[in-house]
Design a protein around this ligand. Structure first.
Ligand SMILES: [Zn+2]
Ligand SMILES: [Zn+2]
Ligand SMILES: [Zn+2]
Ligand SMILES: [Zn+2]
Length: 260
């Protein structure tokens, strides 16, 4: 972005009218209200402000990066929309509207922004800030304990398992495994959200689950679900819709995550 488009007082791209001194130095309309002489050459503005419509029209034809560009936002806005977007931008730590995965999981106060965070930052966040179990490797087996126990209505508080972070291979994708039991329909619900991925790798992965009875005599129930992208997970109304299965009395095993 060229610096001469920015207002010399507020350092922002003017969102409305643009004024100038007799030497042609520009200033945005909001800052021009409080200032009597040009901040660059000290020439007084006088009583009738000189508007620069040519520059307004040039800026109208352009788009400008979000103020949170450095944090990972790739949004380009018309000049009058930069502020409005910034207020609601996902990367704005104070945004009230950005839905974040941690908040969807019940951590209402967590402001951690997954999008744009590094692989190691994400591992550290889930491990240290939320105490989620972390599993490494290309083939992970996780025993979630007695399924019968968690389907017991008396144990309703256990109806959510702690999310588990799968660290797939060396520098590979990170998958957050989410699971809960819906006591009202007697169903186990699962999903895997790819919270960090190498570009375009998401569609190469599928989660394969296996439910096995304690006696090892019953045939295991196997099913596969596609991984959700972080965006899909944050924007969907429910994290559980695509992974429901009816089952009782089983021990849950996440058998593996594999390349398709
Ligand atoms: Zn200004
Ligand atoms: Zn000037
Ligand atoms: Zn943004
Ligand atoms: Zn969090």
């Amino acid at each position: 972005m060229d610096n001469h488009f920015e207002c010399p007082i507020c350092f922002e791209i003017p969102s409305a009218e643009i004024y100038q001194c007799t030497n042609g130095h520009t200033i945005c309309s909001e800052c021009s209200v409080n200032i009597k002489s040009c901040p660059e050459c000290r020439v007084p503005y006088g009583n009738s402000k000189i508007r620069n419509r040519a520059l307004e029209q040039i800026l109208d034809k352009q788009t400008f990066p979000c103020v949170f560009k450095e944090k990972g936002c790739s949004e380009l806005c018309k000049r009058q929309d930069v502020d409005k977007h910034g207020l609601n931008c996902y990367y704005n730590p104070d945004s009230k509207t950005a839905v974040r995965l941690c908040q969807k999981l019940g951590f209402d106060d967590c402001k951690f922004i997954l999008r744009g965070s590094s692989r190691s930052e994400i591992i550290r966040h889930f491990q240290e800030d939320h105490s989620f179990p972390v599993e490494n490797g290309s083939s992970v087996i996780i025993h979630y304990g007695d399924f019968k126990a968690v389907t017991d209505p008396m144990a309703a508080k256990d109806s959510n398992w702690p999310p588990t972070l799968l660290c797939w291979e060396f520098e590979g994708p990170l998958v957050l495994l989410l699971g809960k039991v819906d006591l009202s329909i007697g169903s186990a619900l699962w999903n895997g959200v790819c919270v960090w991925e190498i570009e375009d790798f998401l569609r190469c992965f599928i989660l394969e689950f296996s439910l096995q009875n304690h006696d090892n005599l019953t045939k295991p129930v196997d099913w596969k679900i596609p991984l959700l992208s972080l965006e899909e997970a944050e924007e969907s109304l429910s994290l559980w819709t695509s992974s429901s299965v009816m089952c009782y009395d089983f021990t849950f095993i996440c058998k593996k995550v594999f390349y398709e």
